[in-house]
Design a protein around this ligand. Structure first.
Ligand SMILES: O=C(O)CCC(=O)C(=O)O
Ligand SMILES: [Fe+2]
Length: 397
């Protein structure tokens, strides 16, 4: 049994008053309350839990089947995982569908002791751009059709939930309900990504990776998410996810706070794109996953804006508009450079070889002099596909 829950650090927001169509039309006061809660949570934390009841058909039954299905996905043999490993074709490294083995990815020089399976829109049958295309599923001999059906239904449902939250955020930011979707997100559901993760406990790491890398092992390195919103379903009773919380009196004082699963909710994180779009008013929270005490599964839905949406540039006088906060975002960090190299980069100021091509005309990420002009011309999708290529590692699998 899990420990009794303390008062959660993040608010739990009931978004059912925003459902459309709505089986039980809410009062204006109920909608206003939801919008106010969203607004406050975005400004203070950039993260919150949502109760979404059955929006998108995410019934309790479907949710409970998600992890059963994820277990089936990870239970296939090593040879099936190799066969359906994420394809890293030259020049197409940003397209991420299929299995990623332990060590196959990291947002830092640390070894992330997790495996993953990525899939996207179930209804895309052809390659449309660098981020969208058919999924890569093991055959029905290896993965029961029912598991795949559950996971596909989960994707479709999460799109609806994300769109519902987006409507609420539009209102919370003082715009019309469709402002964010019409202007930025329409089409984003085609390039969004659902990633199933299996984090191994530190005790198991010894069997999976070399001794030298254990000291350097983690679940997921500290980062901010690059996209619009991230929706996370965590396995009941198992913690690991943490958010960095700063003391408002002394922002240099930061501590890691556990963000445990709360049954019946999803966790929502704002992403860098949304933060930039709102000139820093919406926080893109720094978070990480520490190696759990026992194996941990999570299902993480990265809801992206449209492929062609431009990367917004901070005006410089916004609430988060100083160059320090831009440098903080993982969206602008070159993660292909391992730590010692990035230290060197700081010293000699030369962009390293692995610099993101898309920003090659801009200044090195993490610097105060990011070339806003160059950035504003880059399509989100092109930029993100380059980012996915950056976090790819040779891996141990
Ligand atoms: O597994 C989780 O709970 C979160 C993972 C995460 O933050 C990410 O993959 O971006
Ligand atoms: Fe994340």
């Amino acid at each position: 049994m899990s420990a009794p829950l303390a008062i959660p650090f993040l608010p739990i927001i009931d978004i059912t008053p925003l459902a459309d169509p709505n089986p039980s039309p809410p009062t204006a006061a109920a909608r206003r309350s939801t919008i106010e809660q969203l607004s406050a949570a975005c400004v203070y934390h950039g993260a919150f839990y949502i109760k979404s009841a059955e929006i998108g058909g995410l019934t309790r039954e479907l949710r409970s089947k998600v992890f059963e299905s994820a277990k089936r996905v990870f239970a296939v043999s090593e040879s099936v995982k190799k066969e359906y490993n994420v394809v890293r074709e030259e020049g197409k490294e940003g397209f991420t569908r299929g299995y990623i083995g332990v060590g196959g990815e990291s947002g830092s020089a640390a070894l992330e002791v997790k495996e993953a399976f990525s899939y996207g829109d179930p209804d895309t049958a052809q390659r449309l751009n660098a981020l969208s295309g058919p999924n890569v599923w093991p055959s029905s001999d290896d993965l029961p059709v029912e598991a795949r059906n559950t996971l596909e239904a989960f994707y479709r449902g999460l799109v609806e939930v994300a769109q519902t939250v987006t409507r609420g955020l539009s209102l919370a930011l003082g715009h019309s309900e469709t402002f964010l979707s019409d202007g930025y997100c329409k089409g984003g559901e085609k390039i969004s990504l659902l990633r199933l993760f299996r984090y191994f406990p530190a005790s198991a790491a010894a069997n999976l990776v070399s001794e030298e890398s254990i000291a350097n092992a983690t679940g997921s390195s500290a980062h901010t998410d690059w996209g619009f919103l991230t929706l996370i379903l965590q396995q009941d009773g198992i913690t690991g996810l943490q958010i960095a919380s700063s003391d408002p009196e002394d922002p240099a004082k930061t501590e890691w706070v556990d963000i445990p699963p709360i049954p019946g909710t999803l966790l929502v994180n704002a992403g860098d794109y949304l933060s930039l779009l709102t000139n820093g008013r919406v926080v893109s929270p720094l978070h990480r996953v520490v190696s759990p005490k026992q194996e941990r599964l999570s299902a993480v839905f990265f809801y992206y804006p449209d492929y062609d949406a431009r990367i917004p540039v901070l005006s410089g006088d916004g609430e988060g508009g100083d160059s320090g906060s831009i440098a903080r975002l993982s969206l602008f960090r070159d993660q292909s450079i391992v730590l010692d190299e990035s230290e060197r980069l700081k010293e000699d100021g030369e962009p390293a070889a692995g610099q993101l091509q898309a920003v090659s005309s801009a200044k090195p990420p993490g610097r105060s002099n990011l070339d806003a002009e160059a950035l504003s011309k880059i399509a989100f999708g092109d930029y993100i596909s380059a980012k996915w290529a950056q976090v790819a590692r040779n891996g141990y699998a």
